[in-house]
Ligand binder design. Sequence first.
Ligand SMILES: Cc1ncc(COP(=O)(O)O)c(C=O)c1O
Length: 413
Amino acid sequence: MATGSPIDMDAKSTPNRTPSQRPPQRGISTASVHAGELRQKPGDSITDPIFCASTFTFASTDDLLDYVEGRSQREEYGRYGNPNEKSVEGKLAELDNAESAIVYSSGMAAIVGLLMAKLNAGDEIVFFDQCYHRSREFCAKHLARFGVVTRQVPTGDFAAMEAAIKPATKMLVSESPTNPHLTTVDLEQFAAIGKAHEVETLIDATLATPYNIRPIDWGVDYVLHSATKYMGGHNDLLAGVICGSKEKLESVRSLRGILGGVNSPHNLYLLERGLKTFELRMQRHNENGQRLAEFLDAHPRVARVYYPGLASHPSHDTAVAQMKGFGGLITFEVADADWKETSRIVDAAQIPRIAPSLGGVESLIEQPLVMSYFSYSPEQRQQFGIADNMIRYSCGIENGDDLIADLKQALEA
Ligand SMILES: Cc1ncc(COP(=O)(O)O)c(C=O)c1O
């Protein structure tokens, strides 16, 4: 045990560890198809109708009194809830083995909603530094205006994280795996540090999804997903979700009703529809991710591959110990290539479209230098580990043989 540390800093990830909580009662697809839905629906429809309602009517004042005095559960006004939202939240909570889920208009709205509800002026928050850059920007630039202090420590450095915890620290934040370096964080150790210091913990598990890991089972307090990615899965909507215990999320739900970052009934229906095939899609994303990563790893034009399913990735052991699969996102660096030669390979790929985002059925490709990090200085890009010769590839659900053949011709053209 490290001196002065309440947890065992030397603990290594051992394969086949099991999470502490009871596994969910039913399979992922059974939950994603049925959870949150009424068995018999309005109009006897097998699918949920889209409730295009900004407000919900009361038959009488007695009906209203039943609602305000807590004798009936129903909707009141669209900013506080909608039946389509209830269905989706039921699915997302069960998928993450959480008591409760709150859906937002985007992943960013979800993290902003959680942090605004949980932090007060004078509080501090500690981030692992590979977290989604907009989340860190929100904390460093905007929460700072409300007197919240953000500290960043190197990803996976638990000793640095513990050292950064002060009496004012209220939240520890990490992503796992991270984007675009695919670093996997030992969630058991992360949660243990939070518990030992009585600080809440948040994991952005957008890249993993509950198919590959359920952070709540490992003791983490809150899980965030950009449901824009794998959960929606079809590159056709923006959505975000925070999962956690009912009690901890009460104040978060209440603030969402004030901030108003809710999603539209149409989008919620699309998200529900996307979730029905969640497990099937994730199986293909995982398979394509692993196959493409192995292909790239063996290709002479590729200098380095970041994928947690490869033994060469520094956090491979942690990933194997905690995750079922490693997702569809791969980052690689082209050997002996400047930014121009790298963009030539991006342009030569015929199947993936050039776009930001990930997790949809269509494969996407991008060069971080000219996409998300274009406005940053070379020094900042170096600090974030964004190399000029880096390509990020989000595998869709196309056939793996075709994706590999296409990437091969792009690398060798
Ligand atoms: C890891 C991660 N978290 C959060 C977000 C924000 O999600 P959204 O785009 O749905 O607001 C993103 C978006 O790219 C992301 O990649």
